[in-house]
Ligand binder design. Structure first.
Ligand code: ZN
Length: 187
């Protein structure tokens, strides 16, 4: 036995392969790979080569239909990765969760690339579309989308003005999928 700090698994997290371990509690096998079906501490019984997860019920985890607040962590043309920082109406998160926003899920209308809707470090509201990590997100509803963003040219906070997000310094509008709850409005 060691006193090593236990690793925490999220639903859908890959824990190992069948050649290495047999599945223990809360672990399922798919194509020879072992995944956690819950959030909790990973139990590794190295003597019996068995891996399981002890479910932790006292923490909030993202679930299907939840509205989450997140920050764009990385982005490419067709999708971006979102760090989930809070779930509306739930206890504070104790782990790190990330979601994926695909360009097809950004708006009700067609969006050419992800950069027409969000950019790095934008703060967004999004709906959780899957029960498993990495959580698929959607910002299509009117309440969802960018709630806070800074100018990609100068870093100034963007202000909601005449239906768009405007940089006062550059006198320029940035294209975004804006939430109805955008935080800074023109006064
Ligand atoms: Zn600017």
């Amino acid at each position: 036995m060691t006193n090593e700090k236990k690793k925490v698994a999220v639903p859908g997290e890959l824990l190992g392969v069948e050649e290495e371990y047999v599945p223990g509690n809360n672990v399922y096998v798919e194509d020879g790979e072992l995944y956690s079906n819950t959030y909790g501490a990973v139990d590794l019984d190295s003597q019996n080569k068995k891996i399981g997860v002890t479910a932790e019920n006292k923490v909030a985890i993202p679930e299907l239909g939840d509205i989450v607040e997140g920050v764009i962590a990385s982005a490419k043309e067709d999708s971006c990765s979102v760090t989930i920082v809070a779930i509306k109406g739930k206890k504070p998160l104790s782990g790190n969760f990330s979601g994926v926003l695909h360009v097809s899920q950004v708006a009700k209308s067609y969006v050419n690339t992800i950069f027409d809707a969000v950019n790095l470090n934008d703060r967004i509201l999004a709906k959780v579309m899957t029960s498993w990590a990495p959580y698929q997100l959607s910002t299509a509803d009117d309440d969802l989308g960018v709630i806070y963003a800074t100018c990609t040219r100068c870093g100034e906070e963007l202000v909601f003005k005449r239906g768009g997000l405007f940089c006062m310094r550059d006198k320029f509008f940035e294209r975004k999928k804006i939430s109805r709850s955008y935080l800074l409005k023109e006064v």
